[in-house]
Ligand binder design. Structure first.
Ligand code: GLV
Ligand code: GLV
Length: 309
């Protein structure tokens, strides 16, 4: 009898094929009556592939052994409940570092040089009537990285290639890193032209980028968020962008995404992106392969490849 698993949302074709080769896969996102599906399968479901698993769902699945999250961030999984129920949790680290770092640099240049607006300017036939004006460049500027982890380090390397000075904030100094370390986020923001947010989401980091941090970044400062919307006081950010007390923002993630405050749409000093950090074919395939490899390891009784619980 094949092992029965629950898939929580649509995954890449390559990943869905690999899962179907191994398991009997039940697709929660395609179920008309999700509660009924869960109730019916509960005694047999041994794994979940995907994400968004709360304590309620874990409590309803007595046979659950492992949650293989599609994504490096696992803030949508109640890890405390998983641990208490003796359920393992895996994520997909490392394989997306380059893709997220590339998008980060792309967003920074897009904001600094107003690339989305430039494209509109040309398409709307405005060029023959004049030019757009002058903007700023990254060269020589200081970027403060909030969270110098695996992705943060890839961003730092690329920022240095852009001739930027790198500083970072984190829980502790990393002896192996040559960059200036700040143990106070407001102080780092004051020293930075750009603040790049790439720390994990979840309870420990909620609104860590407070109004005070944003004010310290100031009218010449720009913020980039490629992590989680919950890390920033979004209402304060919006207000400061409207008044010009914060220079600009390039945002790939939002507090209540995909819903977002429409007030952002009216702002010329923001670049908006729909949570695309890992959204390349190469990276998403690698993430899917890692989800499958963790499930394979688990059911073969081998050590998990990337366990977080
Ligand atoms: C994307 O946001 C991820 O956590 O992988
Ligand atoms: C370690 O990752 C394990 O499988 O226990």
């Amino acid at each position: 009898m094949t092992i029965e698993i629950l898939q929580t949302h649509k995954l890449l074709e390559s990943c869905e094929v690999a899962l179907a080769e191994r398991f009997t896969v039940h697709k929660l996102h395609e179920a008309a009556d999700k509660a009924a599906l869960i109730a019916q399968l509960a005694p047999r479901l041994r794994a979940i592939a995907g994400g968004a698993v709360n304590a309620d769902l874990i409590a309803q699945l007595p046979a659950l052994e492992i949650i293989a999250n599609f994504g490096v961030g696992y803030d949508s999984i109640d890890t405390a409940a998983a641990r208490a129920a003796n359920v393992r949790v895996t994520n997909t680290p490392n394989v997306l570092n380059d893709a997220v770092a590339e998008l980060t640099i792309g967003l920074m240049i897009a904001l600094a040089r107003r690339i989305p607006q430039a494209d509109q300017f040309v398409r709307q036939g405005k060029w023959p009537n004049g030019n757009m004006g002058l903007f700023s460049e990254l060269t020589g500027k200081t970027v403060g990285i909030l969270g110098l982890g695996r992705i943060g380090k890839e961003i730092a390397a690329r920022a240095q290639a852009m001739k930027m000075r790198v500083v970072y904030y984190g829980r502790k100094r990393q002896e192996s890193e040559p960059h200036v370390f700040y143990d106070n986020l407001v102080d780092m923001a004051r020293d930075s032209d750009w603040l790049v947010v790439i720390a994990p989401g979840g309870k420990g980091t909620e609104r860590i980028v407070s109004r005070e941090v944003l004010e310290a970044l100031g009218p010449q400062g720009n913020i980039v968020n490629v992590a989680r919307g919950t890390l920033i006081d979004e209402a304060a950010m919006l207000e400061l962008l409207q008044t010009g007390d914060l220079g600009g923002a390039a945002l790939d993630v939002f507090e209540n995404e995909p819903a977002m405050p429409e007030a952002f749409f009216a702002l010329d000093n923001v670049v908006l992106s729909p949570h695309q950090g890992s959204a390349t074919t190469q990276t998403r395939n690698a993430m899917g392969a890692l989800v499958v490899a963790n499930l394979d390891a688990h059911f073969a009784g081998e050590p998990l490849i990337s366990a977080v619980v």
